[in-house]
Design a protein around this ligand. Structure first.
Ligand code: GUN
Length: 296
């Protein structure tokens, strides 16, 4: 059994991005610029946003974080988004999810310019992804692909079972892996799937992103499968100073010995997401600038 750590994969990506960013800044005299919008004070969201800020600083990106109270109006966010869309120095815009219930998340995400949508959540980018066209791709699925490449996990002709149908992970990773080049046969399971373990047991590669701590136990897993665990769940743990610990959607402790390779939580896919956000921001900057040059 091999543990698929995210750190070496993310480090390799950061080294490439450092070089690419330095070249970009030298040739354009502009740093890539990421704008992040954070609503409310959810501790997990705040901690993700601070990881994004640190990653920008490491690479030399410019960035701004717009923080709003939980009660912010939709109009206020929409008007900020249209300002950022029109601002030529802004390359990437990210609205941290989840948003409070009184805000229409779909409407907000659709307001972001598809060219600046570094999360890859805009319907135009999702549509292009499904069609197999170039697009900005959601960061966690892109991180999973980079891990599969780095660890040389073959997907062609393999049966990939995805557990979870979220717009952020389940749908896009499924839609990526059946494209030409990845060539997997993909099954999607979700909360209403009957006989979940019967289906997950058929997986050569099992990708779990459903947000249910320790859902996947040894009887869900075929001997020799590869498991990618995207879940990051806080569960109470009185033995820890902070009162909780992080676990995945997979019961790593009991499942690992049945697999040929498995991602740990924490330390697996999680560290890839921010690296891919930086990648998307730089690609968005390059593309917009190239198009501006072509039009000039
Ligand atoms: N919340 C959980 N994952 C994500 C993500 O990838 N992007 C954003 N914007 N919010 C999230």
């Amino acid at each position: 059994m091999k543990t698929l750590w995210g750190k070496p994969v993310a480090e390799e990506i950061y080294l490439r991005l450092e070089e690419e960013t330095a070249r970009y800044i030298q040739s354009t005299n502009h740093a890539p610029y990421l704008a992040v919008i954070l609503v409310g004070s959810d501790p997990a969201s705040s901690s993700y946003v601070s990881m994004k800020e640190k990653a920008c600083d490491r690479l030399g990106f410019d960035h701004a974080t717009y923080r709003f109270d939980e009660s912010v109006s939709e109009e206020k966010l929409l008007s900020l988004l249209s300002k950022l869309n029109d601002d030529p120095k802004v390359d990437g815009i990210l609205v941290q999810l989840p948003l409070p219930d009184h805000l229409d998340a779909a409407k907000i995400l659709e307001t972001i310019s598809p060219l600046k949508d570094v999360d890859g959540f805009h319907p135009v980018n999702v549509g292009n992804l499904l069609l197999g066209n170039p697009s900005l791709v959601s960061c966690t699925p892109l991180g999973i692909l980079k891990m599969l490449e780095y660890y040389e996990i073959e997907t062609a002709g393999k049966h990939v079972v995805v557990v979870g149908r979220s717009n952020i992970v389940g749908k896009p990773i499924a839609a990526l892996l059946f494209q030409k080049g990845w060539d997997a046969t993909v099954t999607i399971c979700h909360s209403k799937t009957r006989n979940l373990r019967g289906i997950t047991s058929l997986a050569d590669i099992l990708i779990v992103a459903i947000g249910q701590p320790l859902l996947i136990t040894p009887d869900h897993v075929k001997e020799g499968a590869v498991i990618i665990d995207v879940g990051i769940n806080r569960i109470e743990d009185a033995g820890r100073a902070r009162g909780y610990r992080l676990v995945g959607d997979v019961d790593f402790e009991h499942v690992a010995s049945k697999t040929t390779a498995i991602t740990p939580v924490p330390g697996g896919v999680g560290v890839m997401t921010v690296a891919m956000l930086m990648n998307n921001t730089l690609q968005a900057a390059k593309k917009r600038r190239n198009e501006a040059e072509i039009l000039a």
